[in-house]
Design a protein. Structure first.
Length: 211
């Protein structure tokens, strides 16, 4: 596992909120809210490398040059459906960012991810993309989502997950060694059913109350 491209965000606020998510007693409302808050905090770190430029601003005292983001074009792409829970948290910091959507399901015979929905901004090839999915388990869906985005000729892609398993990171790094992975926790392993251990259960069910 090449940890140079893996960014484990260990800020105390993130770790505290992640513990709330892991608790089986956390209800849908609180779970949904905390997922959004975690996404906001993670976005802060995942955009740390945005380029800056000098702009001239007139303050109430004088005119001077200050730093501003230099027109970097960004897009976020949640993987349906659980990734939707992270969107509002990102938009808190980046209200004008464009949003694409990608839906995947696993073929019951081949076990390979199949795209059933994909809608991207028309200028997606000109943008840096952050793919959102709370859980990086086997890595199959994440790898497929990255490849679908690359098919649009996107050059710079980041993957943002709240919790990752070693198996998922290894799969993504094998298939897409150029992609940086941002997560709040790297958990121990996958169980026989493909759930992250200790994890937090099914993120989609817990966000949308469908369990």
């Amino acid at each position: 596992m090449n940890m140079e491209k893996v960014h484990i965000l260990d800020h105390p606020l993130l770790q505290h909120k992640l513990t709330i998510l892991r608790d089986a007693n956390t209800g849908v409302k609180d779970f949904r809210q905390v997922v959004s808050e975690i996404a906001t905090l993670m976005c802060y770190e995942a955009t740390r490398d945005l380029p800056l430029e000098d702009v001239e601003v007139t303050t109430p005292i004088t005119t001077a040059k200050f730093k501003s983001i230099s027109g970097k074009k960004l897009a976020i792409v949640p993987v349906l459906r659980a990734g939707l829970g992270m969107v509002d948290g990102i938009l808190t910091l980046l209200p004008s960012v464009k949003v694409g959507h990608i839906g995947l399901y696993r073929d019951p015979e081949t076990l390979e991810p199949v795209e059933y929905y994909c809608k991207m901004p028309s200028d997606i090839a000109e943008r840096d993309v952050i793919i959102l999915d709370p859980m990086l388990a086997t890595g199959g869906s994440a790898s497929a989502a990255i490849q679908f985005i690359k098919n649009y000729e996107v050059k710079h892609i980041k993957l943002m997950n709240i919790i990752a398993a070693p198996e998922g990171i290894e799969r993504v790094q094998h298939d897409h060694p150029d992609v940086d992975i941002y997560c709040a926790a790297l958990d121990r392993e996958l169980n026989d059913h493909g759930y992250i251990v200790p994890g937090l259960g099914d993120a989609g069910d817990r966000i949308f109350g469908t369990k």
